[in-house]
Every structure is written in structure tokens, then in C-alpha cells.
Design a protein around this ligand. Sequence first.
Ligand code: SF4
Length: 274
Amino acid sequence: MKIFTNEMIFSIIEKRMMKNTGLIFNVQKFSIHDGPGIRTTVFFQGCPLRCKWCSNPESQEKYGKTAVLEGIQPAKAYSVDEIMAICLEDGPFYAESGGGVTLSGGEVLFQGEFAADLLARLGEKHIHRALETSGCADPALFKRLAALAELVLFDVKHHNRELHIKGTGVDTTVILENLRSLAALSAPAGPAVLPRIPVIPGYNDGPADAAAFAGLLASLGLKTVQLLPFHQFGRKKYDALGRVYEYSGSPILHPEDLEQYRGIFITHGIEAFF
Ligand code: SF4
């Protein structure tokens, strides 16, 4: 007879719960930055990365905070039906604007089974689905979820393995594997792919960084990139969480500061926009 330890039992219960229940820290309506048209963005709790510039640091922990802190709401458990009901309220806006629903985080694939159920249900309603991801996830799960979306927004933080670890706490191996498989999946019938690079001062904002990123994308046949200039929107949340924000002294970047950076992508045949 198989002996189950407490850890194994908890893991089985948790997997079953996570399939039916998602921990969500925000549902943002009328979002216009995470895919085409007017969208509802569903923010998933939990992330395996620890990006030092993260603007949603409250999203990183698996379960989030239970207390309301200044500017931070605790994550709440939702069923797929509940999230669907919220998303469907804005169906007419999606239809009129070419919009839909974006799953974001945190890292969506951290609650992969719940996300898969939600994407499938949105698909049944013919709602455009965008998946925003760091790509740090089990490759089989990643492929399964990517195939359920019309658009994958893939955030690439650094082209260099050591610097990626330094800035985010995780290695690039699985992330690059997933980006490669996504690029292959996207042609010709898979989801559209939009790589996005958060441009962080002193970390990945040099001309050599732009050339290395552009070379990486070009080698995968990816022809477009969105550049996300550094901002400090999450700064106050670090205070509320009692954490140190390492980028408080770093300058905010604007598109006009990154014209030369953008031009390097263009010389590599990559359409870069903000
Ligand atoms: S991947 Fe996104 S949510 Fe996760 S730590 Fe990095 S910036 Fe924050």
C-alpha cells in the first residue's frame, strides 16, 4: 500500500483546489495596454521571479497578503465562473473595439490549471485571449496554455544568463526554451507573439543590450518588440510591504530617451515600438 505523507496529501488537495479556484489580486476593466482594443486584465497571484524593479511586488508570493495594506488589496479566490461573469459584463466593448481578456500577473502559469480552464471558457465565448508571461514555467504546460491564446505577450528581461539571475533570481534556460517553442508554435496557425522588454536603467538599457536582444529575437524569426521604459509605479508598495525598493534612485525613462536604443532593433530588422 502506498504511504502518503502530509506533504503529498497537501499537494494533491492544492492541485485539485487550484484547478477550480484561482487566487487573483486584481481585475482591471477598460485596460488598453495589454493587447488590442478594450480589455479586462485578470492579475494572477504568485510568481517564481523576483524582478528588482517589479511594479506589483504584492503579486510575487504564492498566497499574497491577507491584510489590507496601503495601496495593496489582498488576493481573493475566484472560481472560473466568477471570473467569466466579470469578463462577460464587458462583451459589447470587446466586440466594438476588437478587445478581449488578458491574463497577467504575477505569473499566470503559476496557477496553470486554473488559467487553462479560464482560457478554454473564454474561447468558447469567442473572446480574444491574451496571455502575458515571463515564460518561466514547465515547457509542456507553457505550450498547452500558449495554444489556448490568440496573443502571447512574452516579457524578456535580459539576454545574459548571469545578469538575468542577478535581476530576477532565476535562470534563463527554461525561459529561452519556452520562447523558442512559442516562436515555432506561432507560425503559421498559432498565437501571435509579442516579445516585450522592460528597459531598466543600468541593467539592460545599453546599446550592446539592444543589439543582443535584437539578435536573439531575429534568430527566432520574431520581427516585432515592444519596449517598456522603466517607471516607478510600484514604489510605494515596497514601503507598505516593508521591503526595500532598489530602484528609488534610478531615473524614469521616456520613449524619447530610448530612440537610439529603439534604432538598434530597427537596424536588425525588428520593428520596435513603445
Ligand atoms: S515576472 Fe513580473 S510579476 Fe514576476 S517579479 Fe517579475 S515583474 Fe514582478
